[in-house]
Design a protein around this ligand. Structure first.
Ligand SMILES: [Zn+2]
Length: 128
């Protein structure tokens, strides 16, 4: 890996995983303007290798630092799973937010904390 002169969080030799979704261009899209393009409200985002942008089936990639996640060297063998793990983690985060909206007697009941998240494929399934 080589890095540009303004890159601060990565260095040659670092392991890294690149994210796929890029924000839409619309000023009215608050989530994209705040770096949360996973919640884009316009649908005009791009996703590398999925929607409107080339993917990573190449030997070399150049990308903006903000879309690159540094990976600890100890995770080298499983780092490829980071991107799908983020999808599952987002589903779990959203489930936790929803659980907080339950009345106290349901929120504190472990049997009420089971969930299945649909729409993210098998990696989006989560249950407790
Ligand atoms: Zn957007």
């Amino acid at each position: 890996m080589t890095v540009g002169s303004r890159v601060t969080g990565l260095a040659p030799g670092d392991l890294a995983v690149l994210t796929v979704r890029r924000p839409c261009p619309h000023d009215r899209c608050g989530p994209c303007r705040k770096g949360r393009q996973d919640f884009c409200i316009t649908g005009d985002f791009t996703e590398r290798g999925i929607k409107g942008a080339h993917g990573y089936m190449t030997e070399f990639v150049v990308d903006d630092e903000r879309y690159i996640v540094k990976v600890p060297k100890e995770l080298r063998e499983v780092a490829v799973l980071i991107e799908p793990l983020t999808v599952a983690e987002k589903a779990a985060e959203q489930a936790r937010v929803l659980v907080q909206r339950l009345p106290g007697d349901l929120k504190d009941d472990p049997s009420s904390l089971s969930a299945v998240v649909l729409g993210a494929g098998p990696i989006g399934c989560w249950a407790r």
